[in-house]
Design a protein around this ligand. Structure first.
Ligand code: SF4
Length: 251
């Protein structure tokens, strides 16, 4: 990659709120021999929301950098097979609000950043537009965004329960590290992973649940809002949900 292209990438990442760029260790690069952690047994952690158990790696004071380092060139679940980049998370590591989506799509897989495609652009508009209208000075870069699974499911399929269970350990460690005041679950997959409830998103949206002791607001995934049919109502509802969570966190 030439210097100019690298500079453009770095400026783009900075605009998204990324303050630190990590270079993987040689042993963690593609094609290199697998490290001990990469070959660790897959079922390390049951979904806490479903079992009520704390994940074993929920040490307080663990940094996002430590979690990212632990992920390494992760091959703990089948989703590693077709991914281009692990999509860890982006934004303010001390944000009082964390948005959690389902998993990376094609754009995110290519860039290694969550919510950068069309759905991501809509999410940015929703966050910043709603905040502005409600008189809350907030940009997307002020909050933290991540997904339940860090690698793109082939064809954008829903992650399998075992994939969510395995990768969920990293999500839970991210949340324990950040300790936000509230979490906003985007879509049914994130809502189910965090709350353990099995209902569809239309039944759960607009309501408060909890992950551990942290309030969780459920709303639609922005990719659902991009579908052409019957979206006026869903968009209005999503804006109402966002208003609730923004006022809860920032008032
Ligand atoms: S989805 Fe998560 S657990 Fe599976 S390979 Fe990717 S980082 Fe590892």
């Amino acid at each position: 990659m030439d210097t100019e292209l690298l500079r453009q990438y770095l400026e783009f990442y900075r605009d998204l709120g990324i303050k630190t760029v990590y270079r993987p260790a040689k042993s963690a690069q593609r094609g290199a021999p697998r490290a001990e952690t990469a070959a660790a047994p897959a079922r390390e952690l049951p979904l806490a929301a479903a079992t009520g158990e704390l994940p074993p790696a929920a040490a307080t004071g663990e940094s996002l950098l430590q979690i990212l380092s632990d992920i390494g060139d992760c091959r703990r679940c089948p989703l590693h097979e077709q991914r281009s980049k692990i999509v860890f998370g982006v934004g303010n590591e001390r944000s009082p609000l964390v948005f959690v989506g389902e998993g990376p799509g094609a754009d995110e897989d290519a860039q290694g950043i969550p919510f950068v495609g069309r759905a991501g652009q809509l999410l940015t508009q929703m966050i910043e537009g709603t905040a502005k209208r409600e008189g809350i000075p907030l940009l997307r870069a002020d909050i933290y965004i991540c997904n339940v699974v860090k690698c793109r499911p082939p064809g954008n399929r829903t992650p399998e329960p075992d994939e969510m269970e395995i990768c969920g350990q990293f999500l839970f460690r991210q949340l324990m590290s950040i300790r936000p005041k509230a979490i906003c679950a985007l879509g049914g997959t994130a809502a189910r992973a965090l709350t353990g409830h099995k209902e569809g998103v239309t039944k759960m949206r607009g309501k408060w649940f909890t992950w551990r002791d942290i309030p969780v607001m459920v709303t639609y995934h922005p990719s659902y809002l991009l579908r052409p049919y019957n979206q006026a109502t869903a968009k209005r509802e999503a804006w109402e949900d966002l208003k609730k969570v923004l006022h809860f966190v920032y008032d």
